[in-house]
Write a protein that binds this ligand. Structure first.
Ligand code: AMP
Ligand code: MN
Ligand code: MN
Length: 328
């Protein structure tokens, strides 16, 4: 990997490694509605630190999604933290631009005790240590850099967690962030024993019938606007109930909207749990990170999201305006 990729983050690999070696206790923090990257990256680093004799806890506001429960140590992820947590524990936030993405249940944390590992555009560098590498395909590959620098053996369990981060954030090696280097790293992880079969089966192949039915409804409700360049749809409580589906069953929908011929930008409005969570995807022409940022969200050039408070009608109008402002 090119060393200059690290230069624009404000901590060097050496600084982060020194801090990881120095501290004795850690809390790995994942973002709300966790995906394979935030969770896999935290678990991989947590497992490695444990093997170095460190004390490790995992904090996550939301439960581990069904399709990620095969990950080693995922049964130790919780919203509660032990009372005797040392005050100089290092809180490692993975795969988020800001601490607010970890939810509302974190205790106040001194910035001195925060390490921010991420690959999002516009990360706010909220930690004392920030290891933000926008050119990495996943937060997991940022972690992999650290493990290599620490000379930690990547065993089969750690490899499975890391390969999960890559496969999640590249869409199973489909997205444009799948560089030759990413494929080399993935090969290395498979050689180290990563269980690609399990990742493929659990995350990509094994769909609940409720999710497939919900996909049908969302596609049925989809609209094509801007001469077919913009596709958007929604999922609401009634649709979830009719399909006996839940929030986890919505993951695949946005990719299908984006994959329609001629579509340059897609949006999915998820209007349940009392808020509207919006997922945006782009084919590479419109910067959906910039569009989401206009409405308080964030993400990547081709994949972003935001939370909207208001009606679906207002959300649809605001998102369309933000996309138009970014060139839709
Ligand atoms: P999703 O559509 O939920 O898969 O999210 C796509 C990308 O947008 C991910 O990189 C998320 O981290 C980011 N993202 C989603 N929701 C938000 C939000 N409310 N604020 C900031 N970033 C978000
Ligand atoms: Mn994520
Ligand atoms: Mn990620």
């Amino acid at each position: 990997m090119m060393p200059q990729a690290v230069a624009d983050s404000n901590s060097t690999t050496g600084e982060v490694v020194a801090e990881l070696r120095k501290r004795s206790a850690f809390v790995m923090v994942s973002h709300v509605k966790p995906d394979g990257d935030t969770l896999g990256a935290g678990l991989a680093l947590g497992l490695a630190l444990k093997r170095m004799g460190k004390r490790v806890h995992y904090f996550q506001q939301d439960p581990v999604p069904r399709n990620l429960r095969f990950l080693p140590d995922s049964d130790k992820v919780a919203r509660d933290l032990p009372e005797d947590l040392p005050s100089d524990s290092l809180w490692v936030f993975g795969d988020m631009s800001d601490t607010s993405r970890a939810g509302e249940f974190l205790p106040p944390i001194d910035r001195e005790n925060i390490l921010d590992i991420d690959h999002h555009l516009g990360n706010s560098h909220f930690g004392r240590f920030n290891y933000v590498i926008e050119t990495e395909c996943s937060t997991g590959t940022c972690v992999m850099r650290l493990l290599r620098a620490m000379n930690v053996e990547i065993d089969a369990e750690i490899a499975t967690c890391l390969l999960t981060t890559i496969m999640t954030d590249t869409g199973g090696f489909m997205h444009s962030n799948t560089t030759p280097e990413v494929l080399m790293l993935s090969a290395e992880l498979m050689r180290a024993g990563a269980d690609k079969e399990a990742i493929t089966e659990e995350i990509f192949a094994n769909k609940r019938v409720a999710a497939v039915k919900l996909l049908g409804r969302a596609i049925d409700a989809a609209k094509l606007d801007h001469e077919g360049r913009y596709c958007w749809s929604y999922v609401d409580d009634a649709m979830l109930q009719a399909c006996r589906a839940d929030g986890e069953d919505t993951e695949e929908i946005i990719g299908h909207l984006r994959s329609i011929e001629g579509v340059e930008a897609a949006a999915l409005f998820k209007t349940f749990d009392g808020e509207i969570r919006v997922s945006l995807r782009s084919n590479g022409r419109v910067n959906v990170q910039a569009a989401a940022a206009r409405l308080g969200g964030g993400g990547h050039f081709r994949a972003s999201g935001l939370t909207f408070i208001g009606s679906l009608k207002d959300a649809a109008a605001a998102v369309e305006a933000a996309l138009v402002a970014e060139g839709l």
